[in-house]
Design a protein around this ligand. Sequence first.
Ligand SMILES: Cc1cc2nc3c(=O)[nH]c(=O)nc-3n(C[C@H](O)[C@H](O)[C@H](O)COP(=O)(O)OP(=O)(O)OC[C@H]3O[C@@H](n4cnc5c(N)ncnc54)[C@H](O)[C@@H]3O)c2cc1C
Length: 535
Amino acid sequence: MAGEVDAVVVGAGFGGMYMLYKLREAGFSVQGFEAGDGVGGTWYWNRYPGARCDVPSLFYSYTWSEELQKEWRWTEKYAAQPEILTYANHVADRFDLRPMIAFETRVLSAHFDEAADRWRVTTDRGDELMARFVVMATGCLSTPRKPPIPGVDDFAGPTYHTGAWPHEGVDFTGQRVAVIGTGSSGIQSIPQIARQADHVTVFQRTANYSVPANNTPLTDKDIEDFWKMYPGYIAMIKGPGLGFGGNPANALAATPEERRQRFEEFWGVGGAGFLAAWGGIITDLDLNTEAADFVREKIGETVKDPDTAEALKPYDHPIGTKRICVDIDYFETYNRPNVTLVNLKETPIEAIEAHAVRTSDATYEADALVFATGFDAMTGTLLAIDIRGAGGATLKHAWAEGPKAYLGLAVAGLPNLFIVTGPGSPSVLSNMINSIEQHVEWIVDCLGYMREHGFTRIAADAQTQEEWVAHVRRVADKTLFPRAASWYMGANIPGKPRVFMPYIGSGYRKKCADVAAAGYEGFELAKEPADVHAA
Ligand SMILES: Cc1cc2nc3c(=O)[nH]c(=O)nc-3n(C[C@H](O)[C@H](O)[C@H](O)COP(=O)(O)OP(=O)(O)OC[C@H]3O[C@@H](n4cnc5c(N)ncnc54)[C@H](O)[C@@H]3O)c2cc1C
């Protein structure tokens, strides 16, 4: 493919699909590229047993088409991956998005041609396309990572990564399975694998907090209730933007019994909403410790073997500072006779061998190996593309000390390039579909504004970007988040700069809207390459 379009959109997950739809509706010519052979992104790749959303499905849906919202019927409170992928495919068909996407095509590079104010985009299929704009809808959790364990590629049996699961599924019947990793994907998949396999050995480096999903089928009444509160919900998500911190005043004014009572209530409801039991859990260490003690107690009550229970209790980070997990029967699974937990804090893995995982004190034989070891989050996928902006400056260089993006939307030095849910925006700390919609709408409005005013170039101002990045950091520093060695901090990747990447403060949407209303304040707009006007 050659030629020219107004915009290239990279990725066909929920971000890319909505971006393609909106750009087409706004009258822009657009070409999408997707590495997979179908739409759905996260839900296309993460087909491991037990994969589900952890935001309730009724809310983990697009809001931009009320007809779509009304005609789609989720079957469970937390839909499983096949149902979410079916939804993504339904959206692609209903809005005729497929013709705009080149599938099984990976974008390799995007170089900005300053003389033409256009990007030259190349792919692994030999395409070379010119585009005024590039939108990276490449996902925050789309580059699976394997840990750098000696012998990691020496295993003789099949190895799987939860983030790149075989489409045809995996039958573990009669097998001894080693699962490495107990983050969200491990916590979702281990109970399912344990039901099928002969034996499961779980290798845990970090114990994690998990709250039961209390998943249920959705009833007519649930749907009716949802529609009753829908206008309020829309008003909330279109409002100024909620922060993640919260004020602990109410919690601190309550008695310990009252606090506990509320933890019980929220635990009973289930899900990640547990962290909202009291405002301030994520900012006040004492309150956080009470919440964490509560969860540790629940783990102790659930897991019968005291040593295993103790190993499963997280002590090394405040609750909520790593992504809180939502599970179905996770801790119960350790009561099964065919499940063994290996605590890598005490006996680290020394090597993976042809038929076993060897720790400092034992060798665990295995027929299959599952990596539930997460992603090079938020930056890995973007940095895998050779992106060069004005003057040949590379994204790799610009992000050498950690990601820097104004509002998480644009990077100084990379004109006319936008990121959907990039670092410096609420992204992974929010309901991602809501955040995706907000970014897509902001970007399309911006392109419309430029077209209307005859601008051909927009670039984030470097100083304004620095101030935003400093603000993102300051806000994070007021919370407990930086205390955890989490993927939010880049801590799961050796050598990755430790920077808290998502934006946690309140008022983010208002800030973005104000920037646009002020003629894209903090961006430089130009009509010709030489004609730069600071907004
Ligand atoms: C297991 C799991 C469960 C999750 N559950 C929730 C949840 O309950 N609630 C929530 O809010 N969020 C959840 N998330 C986060 C989830 O990633 C987002 O909700 C959302 O699906 C992201 O959509 P996206 O389009 O931005 O990115 P993705 O869905 O990641 O899509 C990006 C696409 O870009 C493609 N791509 C990347 N690089 C290139 C390239 N160079 N060339 C071509 N194509 C490329 C990828 O193949 C991918 O298909 C979950 C994530 C995971 C991994």
